[in-house]
Design a protein around this ligand. Structure first.
Ligand code: AMP
Ligand code: ZN
Ligand code: FE
Ligand code: FE
Length: 281
């Protein structure tokens, strides 16, 4: 099983990088990638734990870009976490995440569903490499008794276009693709079936997109087929994974959605830094 879309406690997953590797190993995963939102803080721990149990771990990231006021998730593979350009960009993204949570907190208070945003942010106060996001506000809304579940928090308050939603400002998907390239990586458009804007793809291809995430736990089989077809039409590779965030989340379970080995080989061949080479661990 090749699972190239996984989250850890470095962003909004519930497993530490090490726990994630052990669990992935137990679930039959042989190649994995930690793709946290706007941080590579989990990559090193995962790579070390992975080599200890014989798993291949591709350095990864999931960067939130903005297009027409909407979030567009762009995956980066084989990026060099030491790239200063990448890290400066990610620092700014994480600062913006904090500002956004504060603004969403103010909206929640105005809507009669106050939560202690500063308490939420305390968790990252001494850990600037951690990326906070809406799931933390969802958990705070549950804890405060305003909603019964994180799902309800997104449906009533936090989801795109909902009353407490604050649109993002930030880099375009094209800029993010270029940035990933500068950090030695290749970019894949995350869960295009959830995005639902295929008209974006030709422009992203011109910007250097290498792949689209056709294999995805929440893509029905016909959606997987559609994006494999679209990838072939545009000369792109495909990527894939579960988007596992932890037990009980709406995303895929570990080891339930994988990328076929030949598709992974094709993805690897798109690296510009040399045939078959792997980024340093
Ligand atoms: P953010 O990074 O702040 O934009 O928050 C986006 C994250 O929130 C996603 O990556 C998911 O992990 C989570 N999320 C988004 N929509 C929902 C939803 N409807 N229910 C539960 N979690 C969600
Ligand atoms: Zn997430
Ligand atoms: Fe995503
Ligand atoms: Fe994800």
């Amino acid at each position: 099983m090749i699972d190239l879309h996984l989250h850890t406690t470095a962003s909004d997953g519930t497993c530490t990088p090490e726990e994630l590797v052990w669990r992935a190993h137990a679930a039959g995963v042989t190649v994995m990638s930690v793709t946290d939102h706007d941080t590579t803080a989990g990559v090193k721990g995962a790579s070390q734990a992975a080599s200890a149990c014989g798993l291949e771990c591709v350095p990864g990231i999931e960067i939130t870009a903005v297009w027409n006021g909407r979030d567009v998730h762009v995956l980066g593979y084989f990026v060099d976490p030491a790239s200063p350009t990448l890290q400066a960009f990610l620092d700014a993204q994480r600062q913006d995440r904090i500002r956004r949570l504060r603004r969403m907190g103010a909206r929640l208070a105005a809507l009669g569903a106050p939560v202690d945003v500063e308490a939420v942010l305390l968790d990252v106060a001494g850990r600037p490499h951690r990326a906070v996001g809406r799931p933390r506000l969802a958990a705070a809304l549950v804890a405060a008794g305003h909603v019964a579940s994180p799902q309800e928090a997104f449906e009533r308050y936090l989801g795109d276009g909902c009353p407490a939603f604050v649109p993002r400002e930030g880099a375009s998907p094209e800029e993010v693709i270029a940035l990933i390239g500068r950090a030695g990586g290749i970019a894949s458009l995350a869960h295009p079936g959830l995005l639902g804007h295929d008209e974006l793809i030709p422009g992203l291809v011109r910007a250097g997109l290498a792949a689209i995430e056709a294999y995805y736990a929440r893509h029905p089989p016909e959606t997987v087929r559609w994006y494999c077809h679209l990838a072939a039409r545009h000369g792109l590779a495909v990527s894939g994974g579960s988007d596992f965030h932890g037990d009980g989340s709406r995303d895929g379970a570990l080891g339930t959605c994988g990328l076929p080995p030949e598709a992974f080989a094709d993805l690897c061949s798109r690296r510009v830094s040399g045939p078959g080479s792997r980024a340093p661990r």
